[in-house]
Design a protein around this ligand. Structure first.
Ligand code: NAD
Length: 365
């Protein structure tokens, strides 16, 4: 039967371990595409340091156009010591910021999961973190990082936290919609006891819930309490909705829970095309050695599949990652080196598991 669904994916391998881990993500996505009746048309382009070396700029026009014209973008990571002397718009990382802007993505999604099989790797007690499954929904293009006035003023130096009602509404919709697909609970984080902008945040989020999502539970937490709760009892959270600054800090705090940076995926959505990338950087210390953990990239691929509405395939990817971990396979960040699987061995193991998965498969054995 001819395939009716084909998705155009722009692949930006980037620098350091970026090519190694995203290659495995594509391998796994292709395995589930086969079994779920769709195909991926993957178009590779340069970004970051690799693009600087080839073209002199971190986000060449051809890359920009390819990303804008595709269904989704999968990115490895950019940057590294080779480009440490670059400045301003010529830095590899500025290519990534420019890409987020071009795509208009304003919502950053960062799931933090601690499967039972990895709870021992957490800096917290295993019984406290096992089965944690939180989705951080962070506003990405507003708030104090972008508000004006900024810089020198008569009084000193300023940064200004500004949110419009519209900016709060659109990120709230994303959080409530995600909660409907998960545990049905949103925790909105603010500092409404001190900040005027947080008062508006709290009232707009409440209105959006009451008007559109009566089925989702909502609670509000002050950011200082939220930080404490993330460490004290991370399992109490389903979806955590935050502004830009609070989300930056809280999602990094929560990123410590699983015990390796190599486990954390992310998605930036809400604009014309979504951008999917691991939370980690280019890890120059292990680049080129086939040692990196590809799970963050593979799970970024699952978020990509969610976004293009191939949710059964996305679930198959997550299931396959858990099943591979339950099989006892680990990369070097989570195992003694003698027992560690290489990046490509681990990726192949997940792809094999994923290809076996059918929508009826529910256990990892
Ligand atoms: P990093 O995330 O690259 O590495 C931090 C530590 O975590 C290193 O010891 C690394 O080996 C380890 N690590 C990271 N990912 C891993 C994985 N998948 N498997 C196993 N171990 C892993 O952070 P850094 O060293 O501060 O930054 C290196 C470069 O990456 C810098 O140029 C930085 O600007 C860039 N960076 C890029 C992004 C991005 O592209 N989104 C994000 C963060 C950092």
């Amino acid at each position: 039967m001819e395939d009716s669904r084909t998705y155009n994916i722009t692949w930006l391998p980037g620098d350091g371990i970026g090519p190694e881990v995203t290659r495995e993500a594509l391998r796994v996505m292709e395995a589930v595409a086969d079994t779920h009746g769709f195909s991926l048309s993957v178009d590779e382009h340069l970004a970051g340091g690799a693009a600087i070396d080839a073209t002199g700029e971190p986000l060449p026009e051809t890359t920009r156009t390819a990303c804008q014209e595709s269904d989704a973008v999968l990115l490895g990571a950019v940057g590294g010591p080779k480009w440490a002397d670059t400045t301003g718009d010529q830095r590899p990382e500025s290519g990534l910021l420019a890409l987020r802007k071009v795509l208009g993505v304003y919502a950053n999604l960062r799931p933090v999961r601690v499967p039972e099989s990895l709870a021992d790797a957490s800096p917290l007690r295993p019984e406290r973190v096992a089965d944690t499954d939180v989705l951080f929904v962070r506003e990405l293009t507003g708030g104090i990082y972008f508000g004006t006035p900024r810089g020198r003023t008569e009084a000193g130096v300023a940064n200004t936290m500004v949110y419009s009602e519209e900016e709060i509404e659109r990120i709230a919709h994303i959080a409530f919609q995600r909660a409907q697909l998960r545990g049905g609970h949103v925790t909105s984080v603010d500092k409404a006891n001190v900040l005027d902008v947080s008062e508006l945040w709290r009232s707009v989020v409440t209105d959006v819930k009451e008007e559109h999502y009566p089925d989702v539970e909502l609670r509000h937490l002050y950011v200082d309490n939220a930080a404490m709760q993330v460490v004290r009892d991370p399992r109490q959270f389903d979806v955590v909705l935050t502004g830009n600054l609070f989300g930056d800090i809280l999602s990094d705090l929560a990123a410590a829970l699983p015990g390796s940076l190599g486990l954390l995926p992310s998605a930036s959505v809400g604009g014309t095309v979504g951008l999917f990338e691991p939370v980690h950087g280019s890890a120059p210390d292990i680049a080129g050695t086939d040692q990196a953990n590809p799970i963050a990239a593979i799970l970024s691929g699952a978020l990509l599949l969610d976004e293009i509405d191939e949710t059964a395939a996305a679930d198959a990817v997550r299931w396959a990652v858990d099943a591979t971990l339950e099989d006892g396979r680990r990369t070097g960040d989570l195992a003694a080196s003698a027992d560690a699987a290489s990046t490509s061995e681990f990726g192949r193991a997940v792809a094999e598991r994923a290809a076996d998965h059918t929508p009826q498969t529910t256990t990892a054995s």
